[in-house]
Design a protein around this ligand. Structure first.
Ligand SMILES: Nc1ncnc2c1ncn2[C@@H]1O[C@H](COP(=O)(O)OP(=O)(O)OP(=O)(O)O)[C@@H](O)[C@H]1O
Length: 256
């Protein structure tokens, strides 16, 4: 299993002064949540961790090796990303889309085997979209598409799962089902690192949190140390009431 680290990483946001350097260590078995208001740089960070954007400064490392020094195929075997937004490039069925997750594991021009198809079908079942396997993705609802995207990542089976707002479009039942699945993946030794707008999902399911402030400051650590109401109020510029349910804090925005 792979550890993702950042060494004095400063993400590159056009026209903005560099923020504080990030020195993160995302270890196997951990579930990280990234919290912060709109436009603070959460997606930019995820894309930088995936090697899709160059950092302003610093480095991203996989097991101590600089991301840039690794072959893309090797990176995509170790790390995968669910994007916040997706475009339908060409017509593809749900099963064909999930099978894209096997590409890092196939050689050029190699066709998927029965085992690859079985892996994809198991992932579709796990995300409750197995019954849609032959449907065109372009005909799916927002929540169904989101679950297909997560199933594609599951089919890819990397050690590090990066997810940009995985609960987007999901109803309550599927939000919890996806969080349980991500938690199970971490228990199996993978690492999960996701941006979330739902503070309460983060409080319930993440063991580590990174708070990104509009000033460019950031702080990170075990979730119990980060879930300080005053810090969260300042993060979102929103007054909160904290209650406890099942031993976990629940944050409710005040109305006025
Ligand atoms: N190509 C670009 N050119 C100029 N500005 C950009 C570009 N890409 C992103 N930005 C800006 O960088 C900032 C960070 O964007 P990013 O998408 O990372 O934020 P975010 O925290 O994920 O926001 P949200 O919560 O709304 O998804 C935003 O102000 C955005 O407008």
């Amino acid at each position: 299993m792979t550890t993702l680290t950042t060494d004095n990483l400063i993400i590159d946001i056009p026209g903005r002064a560099p923020g504080s350097p990030l020195n993160l260590e995302v270890q196997p078995g951990q579930v990280w949540g990234v919290l912060g208001p709109n436009g603070v740089g959460k997606t930019t960070l995820l894309h930088t961790l995936a090697g899709l954007r160059a950092p302003h400064r610093g480095e991203v490392l996989l097991d101590g090796r600089a991301l840039g020094s690794l072959k893309r195929k090797s990176v995509s075997q170790q790390l995968g990303l669910v994007f916040q937004d997706r475009q339908d490039g060409f017509p593809a069925t749900v099963l064909e889309t999930a099978l894209i997750g096997r590409h890092p594991w196939l050689s050029s021009w190699q066709m998927e085997t029965g085992e690859d198809i079985a892996i994809a079908e198991r992932a579709l079942q796990a995300l409750d979209v197995g019954h849609l396997r032959d449907r065109l993705v372009s005909t799916l609802s927002g929540g169904e598409r989101q679950r297909v995207a997560i199933a594609t990542l599951m089919t890819q089976a990397p050690d590090i799962w990066l997810l940009d707002e995985p609960s987007n479009h999901l109803d309550l039942h599927h939000q919890v089902a996806v969080m349980r699945l991500l938690s199970g993946q971490a228990e199996a030794g993978r690492a999960v690192f996701m941006c979330l707008h739902d503070l309460n999902l983060a409080a319930r399911w993440c063991d580590h949190l990174l708070l990104m402030y509009p000033s460019g400051e950031a702080c990170w650590g075990p979730a119990r140390e980060m879930l300080v109401p005053s810090a969260l109020e300042s993060l979102y510029n929103q007054t909160l009431v904290t209650v406890e349910v099942d031993g976990a804090p629940v944050f409710v925005p005040v109305r006025s």
